[in-house]
Design a binder for this molecule. Structure first.
Ligand SMILES: *Cc1c(COP(=O)(O)O)cnc(C)c1O
Length: 495
């Protein structure tokens, strides 16, 4: 049976998986969602002996039903290969009474690699399937990690171009360098004078601009998105939750059927939504602990039912979570509204015009699996130091937010179910914050001086992704004002 996708804002639009991947966002501004979340068709017992690649196939084939087995396996093989520095792809490490699911072993040492290594392949197969002749232009707003991971995934992939926008002052020095040194003839990077939400709104506006789309079409281009709103990003992220559960089962850490909790450092709500989809597929997950930094819109939302982005935007040491509009939440809203596109549309309209919306009590009850929590900068910093002193394990600030929130949740609720913490970035990527958290004396030192020191104190090898930027050339220096993003795109594409 073919699984179709609908827009969260219009019940009359149905598309295939490959069409949804190609388009990224629906024409009405809604997000594509499967008409029904499929169930796993293999047992957890079977899954426990599978490789990451076979697990990926078992999960993804349920969602991407218009891909042949050969096509899908080919995409998986090209994505999850030697670019990852471990054969396990997503290893699970026991730390401080929790299980850290390390999602940072790919090319750019952050969890975005998990999906962005495969998206370009899903996209080129989708283009062939739908007889697309245009060159596909990937337009991406990034708070730091997506941009580099997307560029690394798409660099020199035939039939594609990629343009990335990031907030000039909102990413770490290493993140900036990673992007500015990206090779590839089809790659452009622009630093905008604004924050991530400005970048994301600018990209969304271009996607929704029909006149612009018509002009692009004439020149042989069409837009697509690599942002986590693309269903081709979400589906590969379901895989590692299934893999983690099977891993716990295999190692006797849990009993068959035992329910676990997951704690996810959250920004755009993609990663945690993937965990929720995994639960809907049949994975025994009890609670989904949504961890925020000081930009705690989601904590407030789960506590009150009111989403309110009207607040100060705070720059933190976990920049990939510095977000006030979590786009993927729309998919949860849609599910909680019993797939009522009109209701979802109304709420999203309120968000756009008022910056806020309130969901009904009934909808709140449907989200009872979720718990919101947050960590202040000080708590995050202390968590890194404490866990290091206790165990020798070094966490990046994003992971530390989830680690803190998970521990805090346990203390307050007494719920001691086994907990998987999504570990979303390598500490090397945020070396300054991490080292300073461990000892203030490092605060005065240069990031590049700290890298070998991190290696020394953590006993982990310096990742290739770091070694390669140390002496690479700066290739991208383009900047623009937040309200001139469209002009910049036009000039890059020559239209
Ligand atoms: C993107 C990112 C997050 C947030 O993930 P979402 O899917 O946007 O919620 C957390 N940590 C790191 C390191 C990231 O790169």
């Amino acid at each position: 049976m073919e699984l179709k996708y609908k827009s969260t804002r219009n019940p009359d639009v149905t598309v295939t998986a490959s069409e949804a991947i190609l388009k990224g966002l629906a024409d009405d501004g809604g997000l594509f969602v499967p008409v029904e979340i499929p169930k796993l068709s293999v047992s957890l017992d079977e899954l426990k002996d599978m490789t990451y690649q076979d697990t990926a196939y078992a999960v993804m084939k349920e969602f991407l039903t218009d891909f042949t087995e050969e096509e899908l396996r080919d995409c998986i093989r090209k994505a999850y290969d030697g670019k990852f520095d471990t054969e396990e792809i997503a290893p699970l490490v026991k730390v401080n009474g929790m299980y850290h699911l390390e999602l940072f072993h790919g090319a750019t040492i952050a969890f975005k690699d998990m999906a962005l290594s495969i998206l370009p392949h899903l996209l080129t197969v989708s283009a062939k399937k739908n007889r697309v002749k245009n060159e596909i232009v990937i337009l991406t707003a990034t708070s730091g990690d997506t941009g580099k991971a997307a560029m690394a995934g798409f660099a020199d992939v035939e039939g594609t171009r990629i343009i990335v926008f990031y907030p000039r002052d909102g990413v770490s020095r290493i993140q900036k360098l990673q992007m500015a040194t990206q090779k590839g003839n089809n790659v452009d990077v622009v630093a905008i004078h604004g924050n991530f939400d400005n970048a994301q709104s600018g990209v969304k506006a271009m996607f929704e601009d029909k006149a612009l789309a018509a002009e692009l079409e004439k020149k042989g281009y069409q837009f697509s998105s690599a942002n986590s709103i693309n269903i081709g990003r979400l589906v590969p992220q379901v895989v590692y939750y299934v893999y983690a559960y099977a891993n716990l089962l295999k190692n006797g850490e849990i009993q068959p059927g035992e329910r676990i909790n997951v704690a996810v450092p959250t920004g755009n709500f993609g990663n945690i939504l993937a965990a929720y989809y995994a639960k809907q597929m049949g994975l025994p997950i009890q609670r989904l602990i949504c961890a925020s930094n000081e930009n705690k819109v989601l904590f407030d939302f789960f506590g009150t039912g009111v989403y309110d982005r009207n607040r100060e935007f705070i720059l933190t040491s976990s920049p990939s979570m510095d977000i006030l509009i979590s786009s993927n939440l729309e998919r949860l809203i849609y599910l909680a509204a019993d797939c009522d596109a009109e209701k979802t549309s109304e709420l999203m309209e309120d968000l756009k015009s008022e910056g806020t919306y309130r969901i009904t009590e009934e909808m709140r009850e449907k989200m009872a699996d979720f718990r919101g929590g947050y960590a202040t900068e000080e708590q995050t910093c202390r968590q890194i130091g404490q866990v290091y002193r206790k165990t020798g394990y070094v966490m990046d600030p994003h992971t530390a937010v989830a680690s803190y929130v998970c521990e805090d949740y346990r203390k307050k609720s007494g719920d001691m179910a086994k907990c998987v913490v999504a570990s979303t970035a390598s500490p090397y990527k945020f070396v300054k914050s991490v080292m300073t958290a461990i000892d203030e004396k490092y605060g005065a030192e240069d990031e590049f001086v700290l890298l070998p020191k991190l290696q020394e104190i953590s006993g982990t090898a310096m990742p290739e992704a770091i070694r390669e930027i140390l002496d690479a050339n700066i290739l991208h220096t383009l900047e623009c004002d937040a309200d001139r993003m469209e002009e910049t795109v036009r000039s890059i594409l020559g239209i």
